[in-house]
Design a protein around this ligand. Structure first.
Ligand code: XMP
Ligand code: MG
Length: 189
């Protein structure tokens, strides 16, 4: 069988530059998985991975396929943004998980930490569910944007204070399936 190389989608006029290429993402996701495999090596019940929809779905898909520890995949959907790119700090639960997290270790898988409101809300929420532990695995962090302090358990990369798209992240549902993380040329309202 011959391997065909997959064409890398080019930048459009709306995208300023590639911030993190696909190979770099892949390597970092493997490192995060290795760390998680190590840290949860002795757990008795499967680790519950909770992907925060929609932005984390590609990251979660790649991460969980590199895990050797027993795990189940679940999802939650929250909103603090509406259709704009400004945070409101008002986090709403749109869709809850299906699994019962009682007596389980929970790992929240999030695409990006911005103000911190979303992860802070989720962290506090899961701690009320009789969980054994609640940690998070965040692909991207915008350290300059934090409003509430959140401790990151596993971090992929820091990014500057720009709107980023690709690898699950979008602007108005566009660019989610780019294999790299790119800067979107965004004008603040
Ligand atoms: P907070 O402010 O609660 O926000 O930490 C976390 C959520 O905001 C979204 N977000 C982004 N989505 N590109 C995106 O596609 C970005 O640059 C970006 N910054 C924040 C995202 O949904 C994240 O879960
Ligand atoms: Mg998100």
């Amino acid at each position: 069988m011959t391997r065909k190389s997959i064409a890398i989608p080019p930048l459009t006029d709306e995208l300023a530059c590639v911030l993190i290429d696909a190979e770099t993402i892949d390597r970092r996701v493997a490192e995060l998985a290795q760390q998680i495999n190590h840290d949860y090596a002795n757990i008795k019940e499967p680790l519950i991975l909770v992907g925060v929809l929609k932005g984390s779905f590609i990251f979660l898909a790649d991460l969980c396929r590199k895990l050797t520890v027993p795990h189940v995949v679940d999802f939650i959907s929250v909103s603090s943004y509406g259709k704009t790119t400004n945070t409101s700090g008002n986090v709403r639960l749109l869709m809850d998980t299906r699994e019962n997290q009682e007596n389980h270790h929970v790992l929240i898988v999030e695409d990006i930490l911005d103000s911190g409101y979303t992860l802070d809300y989720l962290d506090r929420n899961f701690k009320t569910r009789g969980t054994k532990s609640v940690k998070n695995c965040v692909l991207l962090d915008k350290p300059d944007r934090h409003v509430v302090p959140v401790e990151i358990s596993y971090l992929g990369f820091d990014v500057p204070d720009v709107w980023v798209v690709g690898y699950g992240l979008d602007v108005g549902e566009k660019y989610r399936t780019l294999p790299y993380i790119a800067e979107y040329k965004h004008e603040e309202a």
